[in-house]
Ligand binder design. Structure first.
Ligand code: ACO
Length: 430
């Protein structure tokens, strides 16, 4: 009769073990009982980079990488991108349900009343060099928020967690806009709370001399991009937030760990790398040679490939559509032509087909951000604003999960056995 268990035979000892299966997974702690002798530590699972290890159970985001499906709390990303606002999606990620009209109004109003940052933050933002990478600025300033709100450490209190959620959602765009202004040597523009979330952010970045003409098409395009980035289950930055948060540090510190992870070129930094790559290619005629170099481990096609998606990233599909809306407003970005041709050639190439390498979310997003007027090194900051609700929702889910403890992986030690200290005089001249 079929049973939800796995029977393991240890051929070293001939012993058999029956291990329960739940959600198509075994608990690796159950392997611990598999021992050769009493003083043996017990068997572990070796899984560098967590290729096949679930670190949690989560009810937030569903991905089917083979079919190209992404859903937040059960709602398809395509529907959310078309019909919802970013704050509505954030509410959905936090609370598990779409808000009623009254709930959304309250949530928007709470966020709106926390958009200002302490003026001391302005002082140390001014201390960054003029060419400081805005992601480094965002990282430092977000971590610093924990010193302004020491009450945030009461993470066991749901009301306190709600307040930090509001503060993070409200203040991150303000800090991000200040980082933008700093990099251009422009004076900071303070929040205007009669504007909506996106409108206020765009105004803080682009207002000059008290004036900014809002473009609703571009603002909606930015909002869609933020929605598409809002969560992506246990990616590198979210896992960083969960791991750091598992020490029960305050959420500002945990989120800054997520920002640090996102800074890396293999994660959020990829859209910046895509534009550099398109600049390097320079002309359509250079694409075939460039693609050949991107094969066989010599280099990589940035914006291609994904740990989870082994088909077209559903976010990339939606972003490609948004790109056309944006370019209608701003005029065509000549790099789009190179990108489209690069995609076409790569998708017909055996190397990419065999490895199931398709454009990911970052392939087209950089082109859009550039058309909107953001410099390349700022793209990842926009990603961070989008990913924030995911980080915070996952952090709260982790805190409420009775299965979770402080994250502390095991290792397989492959170094020396004990050896005697060698005095300096006896170490030779190497
Ligand atoms: N260009 C060329 N070859 C690639 C690429 C690429 N972009 N991505 C993967 N490969 C190849 C690898 O060389 C490897 O080939 P091999 O089997 O012959 O050795 C194979 O495909 C599998 O690659 P892995 O590195 O094992 O895949 P992994 O799941 O670890 O990496 C990653 C995923 C990091 C996204 C990778 O595809 C990559 O570096 N892409 C470029 C950077 C990028 O666009 N990052 C953004 C990701 S999306 C996001 O963070 C929002």
């Amino acid at each position: 009769m079929a049973k939800d268990t796995l029977t393991i035979t240890d051929n070293r000892t001939g012993k058999q073990y029956e291990i329960p299966i739940e959600h198509n997974a075994i608990r690796t702690a159950d392997l611990h009982q598999i021992k050769v002798s009493e003083d043996d530590f017990g068997m572990m699972a070796y899984d560098p980079a967590y290729l096949n290890t679930a670190s949690c159970r989560s009810a937030i985001t569903f991905i089917d990488g083979d079919k190209g499906i992404l859903r937040y709390r059960g709602y398809p990303i395509e529907q959310l991108a078309e019909k919802a606002s970013f704050l509505e999606v954030a509410y959905l990620l936090f609370e598990g349900e779409l808000p009623t009209k009254a709930q959304l109004e309250r949530w928007e109003s709470d966020v709106r009343s926390h958009t200002y940052v302490h003026t001391n933050i302005l002082k140390f933002l001014e201390g960054y060099r003029y060419d400081a990478h805005p992601m480094g600025v965002l990282l430092g300033a977000t971590a610093a928020l924990s010193t302004f709100y020491p009450d945030a450490k009461h993470i066991e209190d749901p009301a306190c967690r709600y307040l930090q959620r509001v503060r993070l959602m409200a203040k991150l765009p303000t800090i991000a806009a200040f980082a933008f202004r700093h990099s251009r040597g422009l004076p900071f523009v303070f929040p205007r709370n009669e504007l909506n979330y996106i409108g206020n952010y765009v105004n803080m970045t682009f207002e000059i001399g008290g004036k900014h003409e809002p473009n609703p098409v571009l603002q909606r395009a930015l909002e869609i991009l933020l929605i598409l980035h809002a969560d992506h289950e246990q990616n590198c930055s979210t896992s960083a937030v969960r791991a750091v948060g598992s020490s029960h540090v305050d959420p500002f510190s945990a989120v800054s760990a997520g920002i640090a992870a996102l800074y890396g070129p293999l994660h959020g930094g990829a859209n910046e790398a895509v534009l550099e790559m398109l600049d390097e290619i320079g002309d359509k005629k250079n694409i075939p040679a460039f693609i050949s170099e991107g094969k066989g481990g010599k280099g990589r096609l940035m914006g291609f490939g994904h740990r989870v998606y082994k088909s077209y990233d559903p976010r990339a599909k939606l972003i490609k559509k948004v790109a056309y809306d944006v370019f209608e407003q701003t005029g065509l970005n000549p790099k789009l032509e190179i990108a489209l041709e690069l995609e076409r050639i790569a998708l017909e190439d055996d190397y990419f087909i065999k490895r199931k390498l398709y454009p990911n979310v970052d392939f087209y997003s950089g082109l859009i951000y550039q058309a909107m007027g953001y410099p390349t090194d700022y793209f990842t900051v926009l990603f961070a604003i989008g990913r924030l609700p995911g980080w915070v929702a996952q952090w709260e889910e982790m805190l409420r999960d009775k299965d979770q403890k402080i994250a502390r992986p095991r290792q397989i030690y492959i170094g020396y056995d004990q050896r005697e200290f060698v005095p300096m005089a006896m170490r030779g001249d190497k």
